[in-house]
Design a protein around this ligand. Structure first.
Ligand SMILES: NC(=O)c1ccc[n+]([C@@H]2O[C@H](COP(=O)([O-])OP(=O)(O)OC[C@H]3O[C@@H](n4cnc5c(N)ncnc54)[C@H](OP(=O)(O)O)[C@@H]3O)[C@@H](O)[C@H]2O)c1
Length: 244
């Protein structure tokens, strides 16, 4: 069985790729930074590692080419992501966030989904974020890009159902888990079980439901207190430069 992990050289993607390799999958990963690519190659010599920057135009064609060069894949996980703490809403940071997390990830998902449609099935997963549940003052484009992924994945899932295609589409939704110790196994299980969504840790499903239904006026006032309230549920602090 073959797996491709896009954004698999660091963090959560790396944790997932390590699980694929441990389970005996023929695994290919992509990264961006040369040191991350080298480190992954040194740590996992059996993996195929290449450079893929989703923010550069032409990402869709490059993912198609990559899949063809691998001779196809049975599972594709898009774990790439970019976060910038951006309380001043600087456009350069917003633009890059949208380019990687929304346009870039959609290009990869679209290419992988089309591959599975041609092939007759496959397992597709994408790492979004708990941030996709609602907007956030410190990183508006990040949360918006993750909300886009929630919706995009739902659309692909409905498309597969309408076509009667055996393609599972899994939205992996991490919440403040940092380097993902222990998360790789949960991600692999969610993908192999073909789950529609998997919050990591799982109890965030209930926190997300409450947060999604919070009245707008309370949400608007939350920048002052919600991280304090939620801190007991976080394995890692928010990535702020200067926490308030
Ligand atoms: N960790 C958490 O607590 C958490 C919480 C919520 C959501 N998430 C989401 O989970 C995913 C992984 O996060 P992480 O914490 O593991 O972050 P990370 O350690 O920074 O890993 C991000 C991965 O994406 C790759 N990447 C970055 N920019 C890219 C680009 N322009 N094109 C293609 N790939 C690119 C990176 O490549 P290099 O290895 O070369 O740097 C790396 O492999 C992201 O989508 C993030 O938004 C994480």
């Amino acid at each position: 069985m073959k797996a491709l992990v896009i954004g698999g050289t660091s963090g959560l993607g790396r944790a997932l790729a390590a699980e694929f390799l441990a389970a005996g999958w023929d695994t290919a990963v992509t990264g961006v930074r040369e040191e991350a690519i080298k480190d992954f190659s040194d740590s996992y010599p059996s993996a195929r590692v290449s450079r893929l920057d989703l923010s550069v135009p032409g990402a869709h064609a490059r993912v198609e080419t990559l899949l063809a060069s691998l001779g196809g894949a049975d599972a594709v996980a898009v774990c790439a992501g970019f976060y910038a703490d951006n309380p001043e809403n600087d456009w350069a940071a917003e633009e890059k966030t949208i380019a990687v997390n929304a346009a870039g990830c959609a290009a990869a998902l679209n290419a992988a989904y089309a591959h599975f449609r041609r092939k007759g099935g496959g397992r597709l997963a994408c790492v979004s974020s708990i941030g996709g549940v609602r907007g956030n003052a410190r990183c508006p484009a990040y949360n918006a890009s993750k909300a886009f992924l929630f919706n995009y994945l739902e659309g692909l899932r409905q498309n597969a159902a309408a076509a009667g295609a055996k393609i599972s589409v899994t939205n992996i939704i991490p919440a403040y888990i940092g380097d993902g110790a222990g998360a790789g196994r949960a991600m692999l299980d969610a993908l192999l079980q073909g789950r529609r969504s998997a919050y990591i840790p799982g109890y965030w499903r209930w926190l997300a439901a409450a947060y999604r239904n919070l009245p707008d006026f309370m949400h608007e006032g939350m920048t002052r207190w919600h991280y304090v309230l939620l801190r007991p549920f976080m394995q890692r602090s928010p990535r702020w430069k200067k926490p308030e």
